[in-house]
Design a protein. Structure first.
Length: 459
């Protein structure tokens, strides 16, 4: 864990979907990424309506009062049971969805060389990038894009330990982790604008293409940096290393609730689905040398077994599934979830901040505040609502919010509170023990040291 420091919001907004999903802080170096030959850059309008780069949000703590506003979250076991009955754990259906066109708005087909993304994602998508150390954050800005029957969410976590080597750039010195995450992000963002709109979308082929483009860009960038060979030799060291978690969504047919969800990843950043029936579901697997389940991985420090970098072989792993809207897709670096006690606490954080917000901008700000309070790392998050408007999704997830709070999180929090009380009592008893020990020693000491005084005089 890095030293405590104020987290800086590098950029945060309800994302317009122009050439850049997020702006960068004034002091941030532009990415050295260059699209592969033959790949046109995004066309269309530039990003607009971006909030102040150094957005400040008020400190806020999840409490019993703020976590369960009246009328929004069940406050008894009886209400929780009612919520479970209302949203049983059953298979998704293809029932008519009044919000099915929330993402698939009416726009002309994507022309060759043009961006498939809407300029304005409305109240359905946002992303943010929190830097633990001012102007030194190694996570890249997230990708959060929405188009006609399409959506894309992605994060890239520069690996500061493995990529701590610094390089001279026109805007100053930056670590390989800082540069690698931004290069990978820009290349993937540009290439996916073409791949996701292709009628033939085969996940293995897309993964191979992403691996090729990213590897080429990082190799070229490392050459351009003209860095002298390092004298350090370690299997843990990598050039321009970064993780990636990317989730691509394609509507199977216009005006339906059926979506193809494809995930691509390397490392331990995570992609998630969140729906009213099953709640939060991790759809990427952590690439760890000693893998465990999601809970175990929060508490054991295992070396990554697969990560993007220049000069080393890596894989872009992939999976695909059909999902039914409405749902939410999230992509998160480990700074978002890795400092919470359990995966259930991360879902609660996402749900309770949603319930406290009136729109996506407020939801983003609340998430930033809570993550800032607990994280010890940079944190980047992309969120996209699919198949529903903000208010409808918020309402649909109210029973799930109650269920998570009462069935899974509250029992753990109660035990944590009990442990804290016992630890406080133990600390008080230890302090009393020390005081009593010193007092009794001072009473016992004169006779015990009676002969020692004469030895010291004669010594």
């Amino acid at each position: 864990m890095t030293e405590d420091a104020d987290l800086q919001v590098i950029s945060s907004t309800t994302l317009p979907n122009g050439p850049a999903a997020l702006t960068t802080a004034p002091d941030e170096a532009p990415s050295a990424a260059t699209p592969s030959p033959g790949i046109p850059p995004f066309s269309g309008p530039t990003a607009a309506g971006v909030e102040n780069d150094n957005l400040k949000v008020r400190p806020h703590t999840i409490t019993e009062e703020t976590a369960e506003p009246p009328g929004q979250i069940a406050e008894s076991e009886e209400q929780t049971e009612q919520a479970v009955e209302q949203y049983p754990e059953t298979e998704d259906t293809d029932a008519a969805d009044p919000g099915a066109q929330a993402v698939a708005a009416s726009t002309p087909p994507v022309a060759p060389g043009q961006s498939p993304w809407f300029h304005d994602s409305g109240n359905r998508a946002f992303g943010f990038n929190l830097a633990k150390i001012l102007d030194r954050g190694e996570d890249a800005d997230p990708i959060a894009r929405v188009g006609q029957g399409l959506a894309l969410a992605g994060v890239f976590d520069g690996m500061g330990g493995a990529g701590g080597t610094e390089y001279a750039t026109p805007t100053g010195r930056h670590t390989g982790a800082y540069l690698g995450s931004r290069t990978a992000r820009n290349v993937v963002d540009t290439r996916m604008a073409q791949l996701i709109a292709d009628p033939i979308f085969e996940v293995a082929t897309v993964a191979a293409e992403l691996q090729k483009c990213v590897h080429t860009a990082l190799t070229n960038q490392l050459t351009d940096l003209a860095a002298p060979p390092s004298g350090l030799r370690s299997k843990l060291l990598r050039a321009l290393p970064t993780t990636m978690a990317l989730v691509a969504l394609r509507q199977n047919e216009p005006d339906t609730t059926s979506w193809e969800c494809s995930a691509f990843w390397a490392g331990d950043s995570r992609g998630y689905l969140l729906d009213p029936q099953r709640g939060l579901q991790q759809i990427t697997a952590d690439d760890l040398r000693d893998p465990g389940d999601a809970l175990a991985n929060l508490h054991q420090d295992s070396v990554l077994s697969n990560a993007i970098s220049a000069g080393r072989a890596f894989q872009i792993r992939h999976t695909s599934m059909n999902v039914t809207s409405p749902f939410i897709v999230l992509a998160a670096t480990d700074g978002c979830f890795g400092y919470l006690p359990t995966p259930m606490h991360f879902e609660q954080l996402v749900l309770q901040t949603l319930q406290s917000a009136l729109n996506a901008q407020e939801w983003s700000a609340a998430l930033q505040t809570h993550i800032t309070e607990v994280t010890g790392d940079d944190a980047a998050l992309a969120v996209i609502i699919v198949g529903a408007e903000f208010a409808d999704m918020k309402q649909a997830l109210q029973p799930r919010t109650a269920l998570v709070a009462h069935r899974w999180v509250k029992p753990l929090n109660a035990l944590s509170d009990q442990i804290q009380l016992l630890e406080d009592e133990l600390a008080a008893v230890k302090k009393q023990q020390q005081a009593v020990t010193e007092n009794l020693w001072n009473q016992y000491r004169p006779d015990y040291e009676n002969h020692l005084e004469s030895l010291e005089r004669n010594g």
